[in-house]
Write a protein that binds this ligand. Sequence first.
Ligand code: ADP
Ligand code: ZN
Length: 520
Amino acid sequence: MEIREAREALKLYFGYDQFRPMQEQIISEVLQKNDVVVLMPTGGGKSICFQVPAVVMPGVCVVISPLIALMKDQVDALLENGVPAAYMNSSLTAEQQYTIENQCLANQLKLLYVSPEKLLSAGFLSFLKRLNISLFAIDEAHCISAWGHDFRPEYTQLKALKQQFPQVPVIALTATADRLTKKDIQEQLYLRNPKVFISSFDRPNINLTVKPGRDRFNKITEFLERHRGQPGIIYCLSRKATEAMASKLKANGFKATFYHAGMPAPQRAKAQEEFLRDNVQVVCATIAFGMGIDKSNVRWVIHYNLPKNIESYYQEIGRAGRDGAVADALLFYSYADVMNMRSMLTENETKKEQTELQLVKLERMQQFAEAAACRRRILLQYFGESMEQDCGNCDICRNPPTTFDGTLIVQKALSAIARTQEQVNMGLLVDVLRGSRNSQVLEAGYDKIKTYGAGRDTSVMDWQRYLHQMLNSGLVELAYDQNYTLKLTEHSRKVLFENQKVELVKFEESKAQETEVVKA
Ligand code: ADP
Ligand code: ZN
């Protein structure tokens, strides 16, 4: 199978003249029946990576997707392009399923979308055994990782595919690229030496701004004055809040509507349609809005409240500026929001471990909002990418805070991490640095290491702020899967062993005195 045929299919069925850079490499691996992992941001063009091979390879491509609501849209779009496709999930009647099964058996379909529940249901794998399967495409593959933001236990059963169909290639796709998720995808799907394709998560056209949460509504109307006629989304926390916001905006003369999962389907479709057609300028929505919405000229996204983690924030702002033109992301931040979110997380979750993880992720989100370093650098760092220079397109870059030479402080922290064999979490590290005599420190013998007490003259609060800055700039990494212990990075080795200089940000008011608590 040649890439030339794939290029023809791209033109014929999808109407595009050429592949985007990574698509071509990915597709050529798939055509050679190699396993592939694709990490590409939303809007990057992942679907083409399995839809084109599905069209040119003999047999049917089975697509596993957790988003039942989106399956129909995808299948409809394919049918419209003349690609025979169907989906199977719990929403179909027995009769409809039967018809599709027969189409599969008669080799009439090029793509079959199934939910993970359907795939793992009784008898389905043996049904698949009767088909000629060209490829398995696992969409939203990050759902396999318990460390991710969207863990689905059924996904961990997908290893059955490689066990039962060792000769069929697998392509796993996701818009989440952190280290642990990547590792989980490769290991848990039992992929054979997969080629991993990571495209940059940078969206340089989106300008990032964080503002204090005081007086939000006035700030929003000012913002809208500056964005006259430009379509955008305001993400709110609750269904009620979306409705209230929309009517407040309408009362102020803006064309606004609302969208949330509690609305009847026709009303939801209507809101979506009005936004797509630019009949309304503003959609006030819960996070239910946006998945699968293909509107390239969304000019701005406002977060009325702090999102629950960086993955969600990134995904939501990513709905702006898909056409590559200038777009704005504005986030409101208040400490009250963090407290609210914390209590929501601790109330809702039943599993203690998941709750703890969610809380740590919320804390990273809070650090992002409070940060005094280039926001884009922080975002990309979070997704495992590093940047040569600050972005110049965020509020911090445009209005930089004052910094000082923090090399010595950073070296103390890194040295203490190294000397405790990277086995300590943030709280314990601060105890060690400040020479605390608490039992955890003493039992581990950390009072014997050289850096014990080396940071005595810096308050607990200031240490935490410095460590957050270090996390944000990739000087240290937080291992979610190892009890949240701090790990050294490439960058930290340079500071520790090659004496590379580090600038830290000065705090306006140091609360050193207030937080001077030495544990006995
Ligand atoms: P993802 O699944 O990564 O979020 P999609 O597959 O939905 O992204 O693609 C995003 C948009 O890019 C879609 O509108 C799609 O039609 C378009 N697209 C994908 N590949 C190409 C290409 N080679 N040329 C032009 N447009 C493309
Ligand atoms: Zn910046």
